[in-house]
Design a protein around this ligand. Structure first.
Ligand SMILES: *Cc1c(COP(=O)(O)O)cnc(C)c1O
Length: 404
């Protein structure tokens, strides 16, 4: 690539453009090298026309590309698109969702800092904190996601970061992001929101006062179960720290995966709308079934945080969990009776999935810790894909029929 790369930027044409236009167009350039659509630059390094041009690129004077651990045009397109969709100053792509979380902490925290983490976060996030961050002198405490007073009370003078997912997995609990951002500001801490379950199509945490958004792009951003990736978005001052870390440590996003995600983003809102509509239909149907003790879905008016969900999300997401009467045996019987749903812990795929959290995603917790997290043995988690809702309902009916 050459230093002419920035010629022909289209960003100015997107001033005031709506979300769906950004999802399809943002980050795209019409340069001589990429006249048609999203070009995929599968290259590790870049060749220069002269020694002087190489020197200028290496000195950072010309903005040209040096090496794909530093910069890749396809990855940059993806970063620019996500930044606009999350209404962030800048976004930085990573090799996976976990790499996004690792890069955020490694770039912005130091030994002696204290991090507050919601009790209801992705399992590997907890392992990262417990097994690794603590080893490097970062203090970590856990707080109940929705209890603002508990977050406030757990703050210490060295609290540098507050980390949460909303809605939570698998019980669909919410954090009031605006209220927590006030707590973080008062404390001088950064509020980081893992926005994986909502995507910017349903929720934009930065507009609610969060400082940083992280994503596993592996889920809905791809949306079809093809690639691993992650992305972090926020203010330039913070993202520059992440850029420095990623360039040095190396968990950068593959350009191929960035290209797949660019294509995924083009249909993000349409997919999320379909996922959410089907999830709502199935949640409302499950509530009526006598074999079902409880349904966890913020789209149900009976959900204790339904109003908050309506206020901070544009729809309620595609993860529906429910408690079957009859504990683990009933749950396993249900799962084994389905024929269409994929039995797996994944989500964010066009294929619907079914999970028994107590013996898979939360299987390594002690029974006491599981009970404290509200993960009971009869709990089943569905991540609704893009199949016909009638076919999904018929498959769930097989699970119910197996109970009698
Ligand atoms: C999957 C997931 C992650 C981790 O993402 P990977 O891409 O698998 O590394 C982090 N947070 C949430 C909420 C997830 O669902």
């Amino acid at each position: 690539m050459t230093q002419d790369w920035d010629a022909g930027r289209l960003d100015s044409d997107l001033d005031g453009a709506g979300f769906d236009t950004l999802a399809v167009r943002a980050g795209q350039r019409r340069s001589p090298e990429a006249e048609h659509g999203e070009a995929l630059f599968l290259t590790s390094s870049y060749v220069f026309r002269s020694a002087a041009e190489a020197a200028a690129c290496f000195a950072g004077e010309s903005g040209g590309n040096v090496y794909s651990r530093y910069m890749n045009p396809t990855v940059r397109n993806f970063e620019e698109r996500i930044a606009l969709m999350e209404q962030a100053e800048q976004a930085v792509a990573t090799a996976s969702g976990m790499a996004a979380i690792l890069a955020t902490v490694m770039s912005l925290c130091s030994a002696g800092d204290h991090i507050l983490v919601s009790r209801s976060v992705f399992g590997s996030t907890v392992t990262l904190c417990e097994k690794y961050l603590k080893r490097f002198g970062v203090e970590v405490d856990y707080v109940p996601l929705s209890d603002i007073a508990a977050w406030q009370a757990a703050c210490k003078p060295n609290t540098r970061m507050m980390f949460l997912e909303s809605p939570s997995n698998p019980l669909a609990e919410l954090a009031d992001i605006r209220a927590l951002s006030a707590v973080a500001r008062e404390q001088g801490a950064l509020l980081v929101v893992d926005n994986c379950f909502c995507t910017p199509a349903l929720q934009k945490p930065l507009t609610l006062g969060a400082d940083i958004v992280v994503h596993s792009a592996t889920k809905y951003i791809d949306g079809q179960g093809r690639c691993l990736g992650g992305v972090v978005a926020g203010r330039k001052e913070h993202m520059q720290e992440l850029v420095g870390f990623l360039r040095t440590a190396g968990p950068t996003l593959s350009p191929f995966n960035a290209w797949v995600f660019l294509k995924g983003l083009e249909t993000l809102r349409l997919r999320m709308r379909a996922h959410c509509e089907a999830a709502q239909t199935l949640a409302e149907w499950l509530v009526q079934q006598p074999q079902v003790e409880h349904v966890y879905y913020a789209g149900l008016p009976s959900h204790p945080q339904h109003e908050l969900a309506k206020a901070q999300q544009s729809a309620f997401g595609a993860v529906v969990s429910f408690e079957l009467k009859g504990g683990r045996e009933a749950a396993w019987r249900f799962i084994d009776a389905t024929r269409l749903l994929s039995i797996t812990a994944n989500l964010g795929d066009s294929k619907s999935t079914i999970t028994h959290p107590a013996t898979t995603t939360h299987g390594r917790l002690t029974p006491e810790a599981r009970a404290a997290a509200g993960i009971r043995d009869g709990l089943i988690r569905l991540a609704i894909g893009l199949e016909e809702v009638a076919d999904l309902q018929a498959d769930l009916q097989r699970g119910l029929d197996a109970q009698s």
